[in-house]
Write a protein that binds this ligand. Structure first.
Ligand code: NAD
Length: 251
């Protein structure tokens, strides 16, 4: 049996399925991952430094310009075949590290954004101010209208804490799953990646779809493009009843 056939069989026989996705899911929509080599003007900067409190403290205007470049790219992007295949499965809960909203754009109902949303700004001092922005024409660096601290994207930067309610909802969704479908993630960004180990510890099957092998406790790993493989793996799956699971958190 090939790895695709094995993955397809596991998914077909699983009742409750949750997904855990990363930047590779959106790569074929034209949204760069942080790990794969970038091209163009921003290739000279390290995303891990820009997406950090230290990077923002060193040069807030640069960090906002970089996010605004990513926002405009996202505004022009479309969900790919993997997003669409996942969205067709109405009973799935999606735990994503992605700050884009391409799963929702494809029609997915239950998306938990562990790393926040690029479509929102919030106060960097966390006074509570939050604002939805137009990602096709994002504003530059500006002060919080409530307290005067700088506004920043409402995403979780390297070294920051995950949103507690989303984390709890994600652990619950994965605890209830018979199978976790892991797509397009290196599995090295913690604590999010610990959800793969958690799925395994609760007895769920783990299927990985990624462009390269990752270190994860998988029953089967299928190596290749998410847009090609995810529709094949989900083909013919009988969609279960959507119960009263969590709704999406930010979109
Ligand atoms: P990551 O650690 O989740 O790694 C991405 C993985 O995707 C890599 O292992 C890569 O081999 C794989 N991949 C690349 N193209 C693929 C494809 N077409 N099909 C299948 N797999 C593919 O992500 P990262 O890039 O290190 O990002 C770190 C964090 O930065 C994320 O967790 C997220 O918070 C943020 N981020 C978000 C987005 C987004 O929202 N689209 C994009 C980049 C980064």
């Amino acid at each position: 049996m090939s790895s695709i056939e094995h993955a397809h069989a596991l998914v077909a026989e699983a009742g409750r399925v949750a997904t855990f996705t990363g930047a590779g899911l959106s790569a074929e929509s034209g949204i760069d991952t942080f790990r794969d080599p970038a091209t163009g003007y921003w290739a000279r900067y390290d995303p891990a430094e820009l997406a950090s409190p230290a990077g923002f403290a060193a040069d807030p205007g640069l960090v906002i310009d970089w996010y605004n470049h990513r926002r405009r790219t996202l505004a022009a992007a479309e969900p790919n075949a993997a997003h669409r295949a996942l969205a067709e499965q109405a009973d799935l809960t999606h735990v994503t590290q992605n700050v884009d909203h391409l799963l929702e754009r494809a029609g997915a109902q239950r998306v938990l954004h562990l790393h926040g949303s690029i479509g929102l700004d919030r106060c960097h001092r966390a006074c509570g101010y939050e604002e939805r922005i137009d990602i096709s024409a994002p504003p530059g660096l500006r002060p919080c209208p409530s307290c005067g601290a700088p506004l920043r994207p409402a995403v979780v930067w390297f070294g920051e804490t995950l949103p507690e309610a989303t984390w709890i909802a994600s652990v619950e969704a994965i605890s209830a799953a018979d199978l976790l479908l892991v797509i397009g993630t290196s599995g090295v960004v913690y604590p999010a990646a610990g959800l793969i180990d958690h799925a395994r510890s609760t007895g769920a099957a783990v299927v990985v779809v990624n462009a390269e092998p990752i270190r994860a406790p998988a029953d089967v790993a299928v190596i290749g493009s998410a847009a090609d493989l995810v529709p094949m793996i989900l083909a013919g799956r009988r969609v279960g009843q959507a119960d009263a699971g969590p709704g999406s958190d930010v979109w």
